[in-house]
Design a protein. Structure first.
Length: 263
């Protein structure tokens, strides 16, 4: 993929930074708490077959912090408005971690503009009795390291995301994440009872060694979203799209191709 086009899109009076590239059916990629910049490598892979839209959430990175942003629900409604504003239909929606939670909240409200939903190590559910790391109790470096199974990849990501050029954005992202997920911690106690409303094909991709949201969370989502399927990637932490990009891309493409074959 050539360098993505970077623009500013105004939705509900909030200017958000949008990176877009590729050709094909529209794909909206919702990033996690580390921000959109960490997703550029997977965006390049997905752009071979899709028109990929990678916005920075309101309150994150180069996007404005609107006065109406209080909860994850606000971001779910925002992205429904975003799809309306850009008049996108037949959208493949992928959400990672925090972005996966937003994507799930969006989909229980409306799937009218969606073709599919892919949740990648998504937050959003509380699974009793499952031990997990609380990233708010870690330094920024330790939080980044906790996301990876491969220590060499963790080293590279720490070097990148803690470099001087990322400091301001990292602090902004961390503050926005705390505002949205501090209490209740990383979940919506009401989400589980509405996941049955998701009416589009749904793929759950999980790292087998995820310590933030262990694979029991994938099982919980699978039991609650009708017809959903789960892929667990071995020797992989919380960010499969970064740690096992080839595996992630292959599973997503197989999922989309199976959908087309059944249409």
């Amino acid at each position: 993929m050539v360098d993505p086009t970077i623009s500013t899109v105004a939705v509900r009076g909030c200017n958000v930074r949008l990176m877009r590239g590729g050709a094909g059916p529209p794909l909206l990629f919702l990033h996690g708490s580390s921000g959109a910049e960490s997703c550029l490598s997977v965006m390049a892979l997905l752009a071979d077959t899709c028109d990929v839209l990678l916005p920075e959430h309101p309150g994150f990175g180069g996007s404005e912090l609107p006065d109406w942003l209080d909860t994850i629900h606000d971001l779910a409604y925002f992205y429904l408005d975003f799809l309306d504003e850009l008049d996108l239909d037949g959208v493949h929606l992928i959400g990672v971690s925090l972005g996966g939670w937003i994507a799930a909240e969006l989909a229980v409200r409306s799937t009218s503009r969606l073709a599919s939903l892919t949740l990648v190590d998504a937050a959003g559910l509380h699974v009793p009795g499952v031990e997990q790391i609380d990233p708010f109790l870690l330094s920024e470096e330790k939080r980044i390291r906790a996301c990876f199974h491969d220590e060499k990849l963790a080293d590279a990501m720490v070097e990148r995301l803690t470099s001087p050029g990322f400091e301001d954005a990292a602090m902004k992202n961390r503050i926005a994440t705390a505002k949205l997920t501090w209490e209740p911690r990383h979940h919506d106690p009401h989400l589980a009872k509405w996941l049955h409303r998701i009416k589009v094909p749904t793929l759950l991709v999980w790292g087998g060694e995820d310590r933030l949201f262990p694979q029991e969370h994938a099982l919980a989502y699978r039991q609650l979203i009708p017809g959903s399927r789960t892929v667990v990637i071995p020797e992989c932490g919380h960010l499969p799209h970064l740690e096992k990009p080839g595996f992630f891309l292959r599973e997503f493409e197989n999922f989309i191709n199976e959908m087309r074959a059944m249409a």
